[in-house]
Design a protein around this ligand. Structure first.
Ligand SMILES: [Cu+2]
Length: 492
């Protein structure tokens, strides 16, 4: 006679609601605090973390607590496919854990063409369940995942916590990965030699969550800005620098813990998560016992309900560029690059000119038009449809009206922003992937160039056909062949 125990029942197809899971596995301690990796508490946590990483790497591949199982939940490495890896690891027969892998792997949002709004909530879920697994594997119930605050000012700015740099160390060795960029593993600031501040907190100035016209909104601004910059500056294209490899590096989790902290900061500073159809999208995650937890996106909007907090949130930036009323207006295209094939980038700076073909009807020449725009209107340089064959492994910097022949790195006055090609590769998330609402086509970069345009206008150096220069810092991978599909000046 066979009996089905309660444990088997939980392990089977039946899903546990998040609220119940939280009561049982997370709620016992009350609110747990996540710490800066460089604080005394954070250092204690890193020691626990290093031991757990080693243990997770040694678990059977079929175990949801296995390191690769967690990595693949983000995305399966690009040298193989999800279905090939599932067959290799689980065989051809059915099993509950195989079902979990089918439901969970390759579900990273939104780096293979899904709804961009899901970037923050999906990674919050991913980090929360990962943290619960580390807690279980280490048998240290007080464990919380520390965060890497690369934006901090002072000597730790952009520097990996030292525990991640100790190759062959008996305690911290598991946190070391060779495939990082040279600066990262040398303990130097990963943004050394970059103009402006690719690790800055500009995204916190966004007034709303989702894009509106030329405004990126907080979610897209932090994803394509700070988040992507840290990926590309930390690792190469078989590590942090590319979506299918990123979650293999133990630093990945501290990076996303920090992104989660910045989302919590944005909320604490008054940012409101939207009510949208995608609030009801559901995702499957599993804990160390293989308990299948299915929950809605909006179930993850409030960290207090999830039982954790941070030792420090970031204050509201003084200057809010994306003022509320700008969002209510429709953007007007003032100029664009008319090449249908887009702009191909390379190892040298590329300079292109914008023209007013296809611009919203206006009798005025461009410089006068931008000058005459009402004071409350903002001017944006909008770049979209980025593509690359492989990850270029460098950041590209964008300049407006950089004088011809001038060295980009010496002319910060004309610098308007940074591009990454972190998620510009076409990825197939395969069966069981989550299509959700929307597509990667919605992604764009947008830089507020109002102040620069007014300054150029005042100096009479804003031309009828303004130039845009895009220059890499460092040597891009020659196979990358990055292309920016469209470049436009928009007034909103
Ligand atoms: Cu990421």
């Amino acid at each position: 006679m066979t009996t089905i125990s309660r444990r088997d029942f939980v392990r089977g197809a039946a899903a546990v609601p998040l609220s119940l899971w939280l009561l049982k596995y997370a709620g016992a301690q009350g609110t747990r605090v996540r710490y800066d990796a460089r604080s005394a508490k954070g250092q204690e946590m890193l020691k626990i973390y290093a031991g757990a990483v080693k243990s997770m790497q040694g678990l059977a591949g079929t175990d949801p607590s296995n390191w690769t199982f967690q990595w693949y939940t983000h995305f399966v490495k690009s040298s193989t496919t999800k279905s090939a890896e599932i067959t290799r690891i689980f065989g051809t027969g059915p099993s509950a854990h195989k079902d979990l892998a089918v439901a969970m792997w390759n579900t990273c949002q939104a780096h293979s063409g899904q709804n961009e709004n899901l970037f923050l909530p999906w990674h919050r879920m991913f980090v929360l369940f990962f943290e619960s697994i580390v807690r279980a594997v280490s048998k240290r119930d007080e464990f919380t995942l520390p965060y890497w605050n690369y934006s901090a000012s002072g000597p730790t700015h952009g520097v990996l916590p030292g525990e991640f740099l100790k190759k062959d160390d008996p305690v911290y060795g598991p946190l070391y990965i060779a495939e990082r960029n040279q600066l990262a593993n040398a303990g130097k600031p990963i943004d050394q030699g970059q103009p402006d501040d690719p690790l800055g907190l500009q995204s916190l100035t966004q007034a709303q969550y989702s894009p509106s016209g030329a405004l990126q909104g907080f979610c897209l601004a932090i994803d394509s800005g700070l988040h992507g910059n840290v990926h590309v500056l930390t690792g190469n294209r078989e590590n942090m620098g590319a979506v299918p490899w990123a979650a293999r590096d133990p630093i990945f989790w501290l990076h996303h813990c920090n992104i989660d902290r910045l989302w919590a900061s944005w909320n604490a500073n008054g940012g409101v998560n939207p009510k949208a159809p995608w609030n009801d999208d559901t995702f499957v995650f599993a804990d160390t016992k293989g308990t299948r937890v299915v929950a809605k996106v909006s179930d993850y909007f409030d960290i207090a309900k999830l039982g954790y907090s941070y030792d420090r949130l970031e204050p509201k930036p003084g200057k809010t560029v994306a003022a509320g009323e700008v969002a209510t207006r429709k953007p007007q295209r003032a100029a664009r690059v008319s090449a249908e094939s887009g702009v191909a980038l390379g190892a040298k700076p590329v300079r292109v000119q914008l023209d007013t073909a296809g611009a919203t009807e206006s009798a005025q020449p461009l410089p006068q038009r931008l000058q005459a725009a009402p004071k409350e209107q903002r001017v944006f340089l909008v770049l979209s449809k980025l593509q690359a064959q492989v990850q270029p492994e460098v950041l590209y910097h964008v300049y407006l009206e950089l004088p011809e022949g001038a060295a980009p790195e010496k002319n910060a006055d004309y610098h308007v922003g940074t591009l990454t090609f972190f998620d510009a590769l076409k990825l197939d998330h395969g069966d069981g992937g989550h299509a959700g609402h929307g597509s990667g086509e919605d992604k764009f970069y947008s830089f507020d160039v109002t102040d620069l345009v007014r300054r150029l206008g005042a100096n009479k150096t804003l031309s009828e056909n303004p130039s845009v220069t895009i220059a890499p810092v460092g040597e891009p991978a020659s196979a990358a062949k990055p292309v920016v599909g469209t470049i436009e000046l928009q007034v909103q």
